[in-house]
Structures are given as structure tokens and as C-alpha cells.
Design a binder for this molecule. Structure first.
Ligand code: NAP
Ligand code: F7E
Length: 323
């Protein structure tokens, strides 16, 4: 019999790629969609799967809607990807971020406990929890020190997931995913902001690109590879937490260089620094060690940063040409 999965955040980058993966595996996919006044299904359309997903109206802030979603979907697996996920916004809306990104996790866990305690639960934890890093390479045992209201909310979400596993025997896992990107990454995140600007500058539609701190470093991978790890975590005999990363770190500056040089441009001619884009507290560098995922899940990143950036620049050129 086919399995049923419920995905919160189905309209986001990871929700779209995960839906595609689960559909390919024969799952019946239910997606929780929060009410918005404008179209939020464009990523599902981009991947050609909009019609195959059963959309359920609901919001992580509304427990009753999550209970209904559990009842309607009869989900065996729940992937909690819904969040206010943009770090910069979390300083402007810290309470909202705490509610959706933090307490929303408990809402989802309670909905599971009240309806189907046997359902398996994936929590979208993050490398932002390491923040002011305590070890030069971060793994599952590295202590946390979040640097933003987003990181703090995610840390709460992570520990409440661990707590339900320890308190109620919930099959609950925390995937500590490092940054992952794609052609359907939100345009506010730095990689997509850069690849979109490269396309516009190349096609003569934008003169400059304004960025904040370009000396920070991230361990960037491809979202399509990372959703596979989410699924694998829920197929194990025992629930556990895993770091998902490439094991390589690159500065925003070098990422710009890769993206601009792909279209024959020098980033130094176009990138300007806008101090207003600096963050009140920064995560200077992240570098993950995905060894546990390799040994236990048989997972490793397949796509290099160069391949990822080329994929994104090419997709943005096509998009800008059509617009
Ligand atoms: P994203 O593109 O920003 O998607 C976030 C999703 O959450 C969207 O579908 C959004 O719906 C939904 N959402 C927001 N508020 C909600 C609410 N109150 N109730 C229900 N749904 C709500 O994020 P992503 O990049 O796919 O990331 C997926 C998850 O992984 C997030 O939890 C993120 O924090 C976490 N994470 C991401 C990364 C990364 O590098 N991408 C790394 C580690 C962890 P709308 O479309 O309607 O706004
Ligand atoms: O910033 C710097 C910025 O916004 C990356 C989320 O998915 O990954 C993401 O969080 C770096 C930071 O991602 C600009 O200061 C410079 O150092 O692309 P970002 P993030 O903050 O790392 C983690 C793992 C998550 O969990 C989050 O949900 O780039 N930077 N100039 C800039 N960043 C942005 N956005 N825009 C700039 O102009």
C-alpha cells in the first residue's frame, strides 16, 4: 500500500523538491498551505507537480488546522518544513519568528501525539544553530550558539523534537541541514540574489548588485540532494539527528566570482557594498561534517557548488529573457 506524507512548508524550496521526490517514490503527498492573498504555488508548478499534491489549508500557528491535516491525510510521515526562514527578517519580526519557527514545531508534534503517535516526524533544523561556532568543523556533537532570533527559534524547535523523542518515544528526527540552494531558492537569499542579478546585468536590465557582508562563508549544497537525506532519516530503524552538508566552505565573495565569471563578467565591476545589509550579529563561517550521514544513511552531496551556481545562473537567464 502507498504511504502518505504530510509536508508543512510545501510551497517553499524544500517542500517542492521533497514533494517531487516522494511522488516519484509512490507516496500520496499532502501539503499544508497557509492562506496567502497571492499565488504561492509557483514552485510546485515549476517542478510540474502542482496537480499531484493534495493541498490542505492550515497554518503552523493554528493547532486545530494541524489536527485536521493529520486526520485528513492519515500521514505515516510528517515533514515539518514550514517556517519564517529568512534570517534577516527574524530581527524585524522576532516574536512572529519565535511563534512560527519555534512554537509551531510543538503544535505539529502535539497534533501528531493527539492523532497518530506512530507517525514519523522530520524537523527542519539548521546549521544556524551553531552560530558563533565552537568547533571549526561542526557535527552532531558540536555545542550550539545561535546568532539570530531565527537561530534561537530553530534551536527551540530542535530541542522540543529531541524532547518528544525522549519523553513520548515519538519517531522524531532533527535534520541539521547546512545552506542549500537551487533555481527555486527565494530571491532574498544571497545565492539567488546573486544569480538573478548576474542574469539581469548580463542582459542589460540591472546596472549593479548591492550586497552586505561578502566575507562570510557558507557550506552550500543543492536542495535536490538534501531532500533525499530528509527521506532517508525517516526510513531508519531508530530516530536520530544528522548533519547534512558538503564538507566545503566558500565565501559569498568567491560565490559571486563563480557566478559572474560564468557569463564572462568580473564581479568587482558590479558588486557594491551596502552597509544597511549587514546583520546585527553575523554567522561568520559554517562548515559541516556529514560523516554520520554517510555511514548511517549512505548519503553524500552529489552536486558541487560550481555545478549548482551554473544551474542557477542558467535558470535565471531563461527566466529574465522570458520576462
Ligand atoms: P522557504 O522556501 O522559506 O519555505 C518556507 C515554507 O514555510 C513556505 O512554504 C511558507 O509558506 C511556509 N510557512 C511560513 N509560515 C508558515 C505558517 N505560519 N504556517 C505554515 N507554513 C508556513 O524555506 P526552505 O528553504 O524551503 O527551507 C525549508 C525549511 O528548512 C525551513 O524550515 C527552513 O527554516 C529550514 N532550513 C532551510 C535551509 C536552507 O538552506 N534552505 C537550511 C536549514 C534549514 P509560504 O510560501 O506561503 O510563505
Ligand atoms: O545569507 C550574507 C549574509 O540569507 C548567507 C536560510 O535558508 O541558511 C539560510 O540562512 C550569507 C550571510 O542565508 C547579503 O549576511 C551578504 O552571511 O543566503 P542567506 P543564511 O542567513 O545563511 C540557513 C542554513 C537557514 O537555516 C536559513 O533558513 O550571505 N550576505 N550580502 C547576504 N545575504 C542576503 N540574504 N542578502 C545580501 O544582500
Amino acid at each position: 500500500m502507498n504511504k502518505q506524507a504530510l509536508i508543512t512548508g510545501v510551497t517553499g524550496q524544500d517542500g517542492a523538491y521533497l514533494s517531487k521526490l516522494l511522488l516519484e517514490k509512490g507516496y500520496e503527498v499532502f501539503g499544508l498551505v497557509a492562506r496567502r492573498s497571492s499565488d504561492s504555488l509557483w514552485r510546485l508548478r515549476y517542478l510540474g507537480i502542482e496537480q499531484q499534491i493534495k493541498l490542505l489549508e492550515g497554518d503552523l500557528l493554528d493547532l486545530s488546522s494541524l489536527i485536521r491535516a493529520m486526520e485528513e491525510s492519515e500521514a505515516d510521515e510528517v515533514y515539518n518544513l514550514g517556517a519564517q526562514s529568512f534570517v534577516a527578517t527574524s530581527w524585524k519580526q522576532p516574536i512572529f519568528t519565535a511563534q512560527v519557527t519555534g512554537v509551531g514545531v510543538t503544535h505539529m508534534l502535539e497534533a501528531i501525539r493527539l492523532t497518530n503517535p506512530k507517525a514519523r516526524f522530520y524537523q527542519a533544523s539548521t546549521s544556524e544553530m551553531y552560530g558563533l561556532i565552537k568547533e571549526s568543523v561542526q557535527d552532531e556533537n558540536t555545542p550550539f550558539h545561535p546568532r539570530s532570533p531565527y537561530g534561537v527559534a530553530k534551536l527551540y524547535g530542535h530541542w522540543i523534537t529531541v524532547n518528544y523523542r525522549e519523553s513520548f518515544d515519538t519517531f522524531a528526527v532533527g535534520g541539521i541541514l547546512f545552506n542549500h540552494e537551487s533555481p527555486i531558492r527565494g530571491i532574498e537569499f544571497v545565492t539567488r540574489k546573486v544569480t538573478d542579478a548576474v542574469a539581469r546585468i548580463k542582459l542589460g536590465k540591472q546596472p549593479k548588485l548591492y550586497l552586505g557582508n561578502i566575507d562570510t562563508k557558507r557550506d552550500w549544497g543543492f536542495a535536490g540532494d538534501y531532500v533525499e537525506a530528509m527521506w532517508l532519516m525517516l526510513q531508519q530503524d531508530r530516530p536520530d539527528d544528522y548533519v547534512i552538508a558538503t564538507g566545503k566552505t566558500t565565501s559569498v565573495r568567491n560565490m559571486c566570482e563563480i557566478a559572474f565569471s560564468y557569463v564572462g563578467l568580473n564581479y568587482q565591476d558590479y558588486v557594491e557594498i551596502d552597509p544597511a545589509l549587514y546583520r546585527p550579529a553575523e554567522v561568520e563561517i559554517l562548515l559541516g561534517n556529514p560523516a554520520k550521514a554517510k555511514v548511517n544513511l549512505g548519503w553524500e552531496a552529489k552536486t558541487t557548488l560550481e555545478e549548482l551556481i551554473v544551474m542557477m545562473v542558467e535558470a535565471d537567464i531563461k527566466r529574465v529573457e522570458k520576462a
